[in-house]
Design a binder for this molecule. Structure first.
Ligand code: ACO
Ligand code: KIV
Length: 512
């Protein structure tokens, strides 16, 4: 029988560790629901001890989850493990994921512990976790820079104390496929009780090898892979789930495994994560990049017209890329819009559908051709900010060779407020107006990015803004055919997220 490789998705935990990548509760619940629809087996919903917000997110994802196992990360500390359990215990299938570093460098410098003390910590904490929860995962952080004899001892101890999954992370992306695959073979071969646990991979992409290393580990005996949508994560990111799932699916001839991933849901997951994090994937990104199924040169186009398998090793449809050819414009009605949304993988409730339709009509009035990318940007923008405390009502701007003047109206918890301000250019004037209406100390980091959703001078703009306050960063995004409106939507989106991060609902709490 073909072995199933379990997919452990850590978009909501390690993915969220990308600077500026934070998600609010509503966004995390949407991503978690989509991950389940995509068939991931385990969702790491956060690090419950890290903050009240993380705790709430893990608890709510746990309550919402239907089939997936829900995990929270915890250090090798009783307080962390108790907090993780309090959050995941609501799930039908809870898991506590506890970790401690096993490399000489991390043990000495970071933990200030001897190897013996680390073994004692594993005994104490894995045992404690197992008393609370049947399903315990243990990770040996920085496994790839650990002494193999010590690592084997640590793994044996964790399994003896009740861990069912043993994760051997390449925490700093140092491994190569040969060394990482060999490490799994070695550990599974030498640890006496290895057959009592599922071995797991967790790879970072510092050398661009995360997916290759993951697949090498699978060949070496791993049966769980930890990864994130679009490969987001700490530093250069994690192994990307869509690449792993499709590599296993397409190259079953050399990797005789299967996953439970519903591949046609991949694109929808990728787009959702791009929308909530504001991290656009590069156009040439495998599987989900805008050019992944584009053919520009004549010889390729000729081959494609004769038989698409000449230049495509998988079909766009197999990863959920829409090939619907309904042309959308100002004469399109609700039926066509609904059908287009379905083809793009969206299922909106009645209110969200109506709001999106109104915005689609406004866009179609302003823009000659409305492309699929326009609709994706518009829907993601509309749907994801429905419950924001600060909403954009009206934007007016006068600019030219002198200072720019802005008149901005925001609605804050149902009350409209207007400010008229000047600035060094239109964006500066508008952002000054936001700061006048909602005084706050969060500063804008040097990332103000504008991206044209399609070609043409009437293209929609997608703007992303990063705010920073006391070491916390939030990224906001906004889409509109007017770049200034998109900019205000992006800034207020980041501000709304900052409010949630601070755990304070009232916008005037932003001040100082
Ligand atoms: C490889 C990874 O991705 S690990 C996960 C990384 N994710 C995060 O860090 C999530 C966000 N983190 C946080 O919110 C905070 O760091 C917290 C809440 C976890 C801890 O905050 P603080 O108590 O202020 O500690 P701080 O962050 O300054 O330092 C971490 C402490 O944890 C200790 N620690 C680190 N890993 C472990 C571990 N696995 N087990 C036990 N202790 C650990 C460190 O040695 C340090 O202890 P020290 O203060 O005695 O030197
Ligand atoms: C805590 C572990 C799983 C981790 O994220 C890493 O080592 O990168």
């Amino acid at each position: 029988m073909t072995d199933t490789i379990l997919i452990f998705d850590t978009t909501l935990r390690d993915g969220e560790q990308s600077p500026g990548c934070s998600m609010n509760l509503e966004e995390k619940l949407k991503v978690a629901a989509q991950l389940e629809a995509m068939g991931v087996d385990i969702i790491e919903a956060g690090f419950a001890i890290a903050s009240e917000g993380d705790f709430e997110a893990v608890s709510e994802v746990a309550k919402q989850a239907d089939k997936a196992v829900i995990a929270s990360l915890a250090r090798a500390a009783i307080g962390d493990i108790d907090r993780a359990w309090e959050a995941v215990k609501h799930a039908r299938r809870p898991r506590i994921h506890t970790f401690i570093a096993t490399s000489p460098l991390h043990m000495r410098v970071k933990l200030n512990k001897t190897p013996e003390e680390v073994i004692e910590a594993i005994e104490r904490t894995v045992g404690h976790a197992r008393n609370l929860c049947e399903d315990v995962e243990w990770s040996g952080e920085d496994a790839t820079r650990s002494d193999p004899d010590f690592l084997a001892r640590a793994i044996e101890t964790a399994i003896k104390c009740g861990a069912r999954t043993i994760n051997l992370p390449d925490t700093v992306g140092y491994a190569t496929p040969e060394t990482y695959g060999a490490m799994f073979k070695d550990m599974i071969g030498r640890v006496p009780n290895a057959d009592k646990a599922v071995f797991s991979t967790h790879c970072h992409n510092d050398l661009g090898l995360a997916v290759a290393n993951t697949l090498a580990a699978v060949m070496g005996g791993a049966r769980q892979v930890e990864s994130t949508i679009n490969g987001i994560g700490e530093r250069a990111g994690n192994a990307s789930v869509e690449e792993i799932a499709m590599a296993i699916k397409v190259r079953g001839d050399v990797m005789p495994f299967r996953t439970n991933v519903v591949s046609t849901e991949i694109m929808k997951s990728s787009r959702l994560v791009q929308a909530v994090t504001g991290f656009q994937v590069q156009p040439n990104k495998a599987i989900v990049g805008a050019n992944a199924f584009a053919h520009e040169s004549g010889i390729h186009q000729d081959g494609m017209l004769k038989d698409s398998s000449t230049y495509e090793i998988m079909t766009p449809e197999s990863v959920g890329v829409s090939t619907s050819n309904l042309v959308m414009g100002k004469h399109s009605g609700r039926a066509a819009f609904r059908s287009k949304l379905e083809a793009l993988g969206y299922e909106l409730g009645d209110n969200a559908f109506q709001d999106a339709f109104v915005r689609f009509k406004a866009l179609a009035d302003a823009k000659k051709a409305v492309f699929d990318e326009d609709i994706v940007a518009l829907v993601d923008d509309e749907v994801l900010r429905g419950h924001d405390a600060i909403q954009v009502k009206d934007v007016e701007i006068h600019c030219g060779t002198g200072p720019a003047r802005a008149i901005l109206t925001l609605e804050i918890d149902g009350v409209e407020k207007t400010a008229a301000t000047r600035g060094n250019g239109p964006v500066d004037a508008l952002f000054n107006a936001i700061r006048t209406i909602v005084p706050h100390e969060a500063s804008m980091m040097d990332r103000y990015e504008v991206h044209a959703v399609t070609g043409g001078t009437d293209a929609q703009a997608e703007v992303s803004v990063v705010l920073s306050e006391n070491g916390r960063t939030t990224r906001g995004t906004g889409a509109h055919h007017d770049t200034m409106v998109a900019s205000v939507r992006a800034y207020t989106n980041a501000l709304n997220k900052m409010l949630v991060k601070r755990g304070k609902r009232a916008p005037d709490a932003m001040a100082g």
